[in-house]
Design a protein around this ligand. Structure first.
Ligand code: AMP
Length: 594
């Protein structure tokens, strides 16, 4: 059964009044399905495939607020969610639904904050508790939270809770509640682990899925740029440079990639910072706040870390790497094009990822447009016009500047008008001209790549001497540095073993190996280079933390470290969030592109 109005759902007048004030006029599709089911007193469990933006919070929140009994102080409903931000958001939403329902206490409990006040608040009584799994378990252990007799258990963003490693905590919580309760599970994706939770802990659950069409707004333009994997970062910079007023999130797959990209951007003078799981709660709040108030233009984030961030005015979402699941792409892109604004979802891909693009198009029911990575001239033009616009629009404080004007006129009187304009514009613009002088074409041409793949006999020759049959003759190889060498008793066999282990024994093609005294170089099939260095993070070899970094191709037989476009150092990503640069603020921020 579905309803068309909130009035038809059976919600009480107090809650309808609150909804009117909040501005909810009509149930969203997911609310139209869940409200009649839950409000009818039907005890059947529920599994809903729904993402942020579908109105899922109200889909479970309204029935909870409606049905909770304010006359008893004990916990009746528990909502579990992955992050503190979401926890606070859900609590706020539920509190706003409950504005006119007297005596109902809704309490958020989350990690990263002192537990004592939370224990105190729980003692005063809360009928609905919204919590992150770790903190909920802590509170259960301290006997501050008793969930044995709850009537409703909601798992919100269940897939993210699993991604964040809360599986054991969820098991503990689920087994700590009575069989009488009703369980409601909401998840943006349905991996098999979620199906397991449903089959282990839920009874004959009714399944609801809201159409993906609701989540990909027609206000979002989906585009991709095709470049070689090694040029991903350079392409990112050009994309950012083409949009002087960009305000967006750059999604990376791993914390490490996130750190690397943000560090490089900051080092190269962009207004960027990172948001990932290695930051403390205080650091995360700090970065998010700076992004919200637009002190940061580009936020480099992992999917999980960006969850709690609700910003409506993003001009761009950039997929530095495409996610593995189409749903995640749809979710990411739904962060732009909100509240009536237009937005662009950009993906930087290499030619082998066209298959993924097609899958996403099918799932999301939209078409991508391939764009050419802009060349230096296009970027310079765009930046120039943006600069001129700014000159036109800048407000001039007449009184302040007037007292200097005489001196300024005198000093510049020898210049013609044309000359003068050129000079003023050049102050800002020279950097771009210089930076993009002779900038190469970054676009990857599929045909070109195929030809290169099949004609690279030199590569094949170079590799034929080692690794036996595992080395292909038509492969392109990427070269890497590793901080282990002879003195760590590394030899080619051990190195190949190490590489295979990182790829779960997938046996990837390995090219040249050069073992030096305290470090080494090796090559692997470029096809695997995308996720390659990251896969070594957290690895120890004989007690030494392993460090693998891209290295330049071997120039004339000499070894060289450092990859094209890699720039290390500069401001560090998280930490105190100490971002100090302002985009193009001064000459010391000169950009580097190779
Ligand atoms: P959610 O998917 O719960 O994160 O909700 C996404 C956004 O939609 C939030 O800003 C909600 O306040 C808003 N929203 C949820 N339900 C409705 C509704 N029935 N009418 C208008 N806005 C809604």
């Amino acid at each position: 059964m579905q309803i068309e109005t909130f009035e038809a759902s059976g919600l009480s007048p107090e809650i309808l009044k609150a909804l009117k004030e909040i501005g909810f006029e009509q149930p969203t599709p997911i609310q139209a399905q869940t409200l009649p089911h839950l409000l009818s007193g039907n005890q059947q469990d529920l599994v809903a495939l729904a993402q942020t933006g579908t109105g899922k919070t109200a889909a479970f929140g309204l029935p909870l607020v409606e049905l909770a009994d304010p006359s008893t102080k004990s916990v009746q409903g528990l909502v579990l969610c992955p992050t503190r931000e979401l926890c606070i958001q859900i609590s706020k939403d539920l509190q706003s639904f409950a504005t006119y329902k007297k005596g109902l206490n809704i309490l958020p409990v989350y990690g990263g904050a002192s537990i004592t006040p939370q224990i105190k608040d729980l003692k005063q009584g809360a009928q609905l508790v919204i919590g992150t799994p770790g903190r909920v378990i802590d509170l259960m252990k301290r006997k501050a939270l008793d969930i044995r007799d709850i009537s409703w258990l909601v798992l919100d963003e269940a897939d993210e809770m699993l991604n964040m490693g809360f599986k054991d905590d969820l098991d503990t919580i689920l087994t700590g509640t009575s069989g009488e309760k009703q369980t409601l599970l909401f998840s943006a994706t349905m991996p098999k682990e979620i199906a397991m939770i449903s089959s282990n802990y839920m009874n004959n659950a009714i399944e609801i899925s809201v159409s993906k069409k609701n989540t990909t707004s027609s206000n979002v333009n989906h585009v991709f740029y095709m470049v070689q994997a090694k040029d991903r970062y350079l392409a990112l910079k050009r994309i950012a440079d083409l949009q002087p007023d960009i305000y967006g999130i750059i999604f990376c797959r791993t914390r490490r990639e996130c750190k690397e990209v943000s560090e490089k951007l900051m080092h190269d003078g962009y207004n960027a910072d990172a948001l990932h799981g290695d930051l403390s709660q205080v650091q995360r709040d700090y970065v998010m706040n700076r992004f919200r108030i637009k002190n940061i233009q580009l936020l480099v984030a992992t999917d999980v870390a960006a969850r709690g961030l609700d910003v409506n005015e993003l001009t761009h979402v950039i997929n530095y790497n495409l996610p593995d699941e189409a749903e995640v792409y749809v979710h990411r892109s739904g962060r732009t094009g909100r509240a009536g604004n237009k937005g662009t979802s950009v993906s930087i891909i290499h030619s082998r990822e066209m298959g993924k693009i097609r899958i996403i198009e099918k799932k999301g029911n939209f078409k991508f447009e391939r764009l050419q990575v802009p060349n230096g001239k296009e970027i310079c033009e765009k930046q120039l016009f943006s600069l001129i616009d700014k000159v036109e629009q800048v407000s001039v404080d007449g009184d302040q500047i007037d007292e200097f004007m005489d001196v300024i006129y005198k000093k510049l009187s020898w210049l013609e008008r044309d000359e003068l304009i050129k000079k003023f514009v050049s102050i800002e613009f020279n950097r771009f001209l210089e930076y993009y002088k002779d900038a190469p074409d970054l676009n990857q041409n599929v045909k070109e790549r195929r030809e290169r793949d099949t004609s690279s006999s030199d590569r094949g020759d170079r590799n034929s001497g080692r690794g036996g049959k595992r080395n292909g003759f038509n492969k392109r190889y990427s070269r890497y540095f590793i901080n282990l060498g002879e003195k760590n008793s590394l030899n080619p066999a051990k190195l190949i073993g190490l590489i295979n282990k990182q790829f779960r024994n997938e046996k990837i093609p390995v090219g040249n190996i050069e073992i030096m005294k305290s470090f080494s170089f090796f090559e692997i099939d470029s096809e695997f280079s995308n996720s390659f260095p990251e896969s070594f993070s957290n690895l120890n070899y004989q007690g030494i933390p392993v460090n693998v970094e891209p290295a330049n191709a071997k120039p004339n037989g000499r070894d060289s470290r450092g990859g094209g476009g890699r720039s290390r150092g500069g401001n560090s990503g998280g930490g105190d969030g100490g971002f100090k640069r302002k985009k193009f603020g001064n000459n010391s921020n000169k950009r580097k592109w190779d």
